[in-house]
Design a binder for this molecule. Structure first.
Ligand code: G6P
Length: 608
């Protein structure tokens, strides 16, 4: 949520900053800005809208300065206007700040500063930071930033420059990530590695309540109460090739089509077919404790929460452990009774979602074992959990999550199988599941080869104003995920429902203009689902069924059928979600929506 990039070195800063912002734009994109500085002063540009507007605003200008900071904003305090865009500055334009997070005591600080005569130019919470830095500046920028950060409550990832100290960036972190990139006589500062990975693979993550003083050839890290920290650089493994769109018109479509590879990557080196089990190196150090867990609570948000709901069914089937799944934003405020017999499993693509992070911190405080299932390597949740497993799915750029969902489902199966094989799952049950998993990549390709079926259906339905998605058991979260995808990228109102709840409300909405997508694969609840579909049809509601290949009966019941291959029951959601992703994509396409950057959303939600 909001993106930060900073550069100090020997090259022109402006193109590096703009490039970095383009890579960060998936984090927030309602306004953008940058400032470059040298001993003669500062050049600041701020625009409403996309980074390309900023690019246009500076094109043709000869910006030679070799130090600067930039920001892409997702508005929290104040509308997306030029004045609210970052970087913010003091009245003399000496200090400049970009900020991610929320300064919770900003009103009090603002009132105090205003009473001292400071004139504010924006409605943001961020602006108090820069006026405080100006007010508290005596000897150097770092001590002014340090004193300022001691006064603020809330969360921040910040980068600050001062025109009087033009080869220096000072940054700080509490709650919002900041990473330093070490180059050859140049340094980078960013809110996530994707902004700097094209320039260096040597990075250092700041921890909470730390700041860094960054100059072209050096960096010093210290705590906000001035204790020096020694930290080695980490080498990151990020393939830039994976980041381009290739021949696809949108990242979302590219990521949907990558899903057979995503599944292979999630399985690679982890399947022990002969033992009917899995090998997850990241859990090994605590495996004895994991085997004895009495309870697992899965915490997550958004699409990762839907993966968690599927995960509950998987753990229930494969292990003897009781499992709860909770929205991280609710879990963190509950009165929790946790101890070392409870595992709290945080599922997160970004590894930075504020509520999920807060949930695992709370769980740790209470003595639970924390486990991460994260995609972004080195992210905060990955670092702060006791043990964990990576998705290894590469960068996911489209705001609407697709390939990470299937990756999470594969790994949840592998995790549960690992535990279940120490409990009541037999060798042959384990082998059956793994054999079926081995077929999934090919089955995904088969579904994708018929994407045009979903495109045709989308052409038929994209003008409707509401859609219902229903499913049971493992397919209930898939229905929720289908509805989430449709609403987030096409802005069609969509609701996901457990099919058994149909008669408790949503059926009153059904008519010829209110279609339903029903996930009705061959499983124990098949007959009940068919009855629900008939109830909808009896009220003239059109129904599209996602059904198992070979199920001819369903074609008599539904208006349209999308077939998916048969697989092990626990793996069915991996296949059944793909037609729903495609359907949403094509509806959004026909409606002319900005598919990769839907309005008001951000890929990484780092504020509560
Ligand atoms: C945002 C994204 C979703 C994502 C959710 C949770 O809402 O737009 O795609 O599912 O955050 O993010 P996480 O990174 O924790 O999985």
């Amino acid at each position: 949520m909001c993106g930060i990039i900073g550069y100090v070195g020997g090259k022109k800063a402006a193109p590096i900053l703009i490039n970095g912002l383009k890579r960060l734009e998936y984090r927030g994109y309602d306004s953008a800005g940058m400032v470059t500085i040298d001993k003669n002063g500062a050049n600041r540009f701020r625009v409403v809208g996309r980074v390309q507007n900023l690019d246009k605003a500076v094109s043709g200008l000869d910006l030679n300065m070799t130090c600067g900071i930039a920001h892409t904003r997702w508005a929290t305090h104040g509308k997306p206007t030029q004045l609210n865009a970052h970087p913010h500055s003091d009245s003399r334009e000496r200090f400049f700040v970009v900020h991610n997070g929320i300064i919770e005591n900003h009103s009090k600080l603002r009132a105090q500063l205003e009473s001292e005569g400071v004139v504010f130019t924006s409605e943001t919470d961020t602006e108090v930071l820069v006026h405080l830095i100006d007010k508290l500046h005596e000897t150097n920028l770092e001590s002014a930033v340090e004193k300022t950060l001691q006064l603020v409550e809330g969360t921040f990832g910040i980068a600050v420059v001062c025109a009087d100290e033009p080869s220096k960036i000072v940054c700080g972190r509490r709650g919002s990530p900041i990473v330093l990139g070490v180059g050859n006589q140049e340094m980078f500062v960013a809110s996530d590695v994707s902004a700097i990975v094209q320039y260096t693979d040597q990075v250092i993550y700041l921890e909470d309540n730390e700041m860094a003083i960054v100059t072209p050839n050096d960096y010093q890290i210290r705590t906000l109460d001035n204790k020096p920290i020694a930290r080695e650089t980490l080498q990151i493994d990020w393939n830039l090739e994976e980041e381009g769109m290739g021949t696809f018109p949108h990242y979302m479509l590219k990521e949907i089509f990558e899903q057979s590879t995503t599944v292979e990557n999630a399985m690679r080196g982890r399947v022990m077919l002969n033992e009917g089990s899995s090998m997850l190196g990241g859990l090994q150090s605590k495996i004895d404790q994991i085997k004895k867990l009495k309870k697992i609570v899965i915490v997550s948000c958004g699409t990762s929460y839907h993966a968690g709901m599927v995960g509950r069914c998987i753990f229930e089937q494969l292990t003897d452990i009781s499992v709860d799944v909770e929205l991280a934003s609710e879990f963190r405020y509950r009165k929790l009774r946790l101890d070392e017999t409870t595992g709290v499993l945080a599922i997160s693509q970004s590894g930075e979602t504020a509520d999920t992070l807060a949930a695992i911190r709370e769980a740790r405080r209470k003595g639970a074992l924390t486990i991460g299932l994260v995609n972004v390597v080195g992210s905060t949740i990955a670092r702060e959990t006791d043990v964990g497993v990576y998705c290894h799915a590469g960068p996911e750029i489209g705001v609407a999550s697709t390939k990470i969902f299937v990756s999470q489902l594969v790994i949840l199966n592998l995790m549960a199988l690992l535990i279940g094989r120490y409990q009541s799952i037999s060798l042959s049950e384990g082998v059956d599941l793994l054999r079926a998993m081995g077929e999934i990549p090919r089955q995904i390709q088969h579904i994708l080869s018929r994407a045009s079926v979903l495109e045709d259906l989308a052409r038929q339905y994209y003008k409707v104003s509401s859609f219902l998605f229903i499913g049971r058991q493992l397919h209930y979260p898939v229905a929720l995920e289908g509805a989430l995808k449709l609403k987030e990228i096409s802005y069609i109102h969509a609701e996901g429902y457990a099919a058994g709840e149909m008669k408790h409300g949503p059926i009153s909405l059904i008519d010829a203009q209110f279609p339903t997508m029903a996930v009705v694969t061959r499983d124990a609840t098949y007959e009940k689902m068919v009855s629900n579909i008939q109830e909808i049809r009896a009220r003239s509601g059109p129904v599209i069924a996602i059904a198992t290949e070979g199920d001819l009966h369903i074609a008599d019941v539904a208006d349209a059928v999308v077939y998916i291959p048969d697989t092990h029951e626990l793996l069915q959601p991996i296949l059944s979600v793909i037609p729903l992703q495609l359907f949403s994509y094509y509806c959004a396409l026909y409606r002319g929506c900005e598919i990769d950057k839907p309005r008001n959303l951000a890929k990484s939600v780092t504020v509560e």
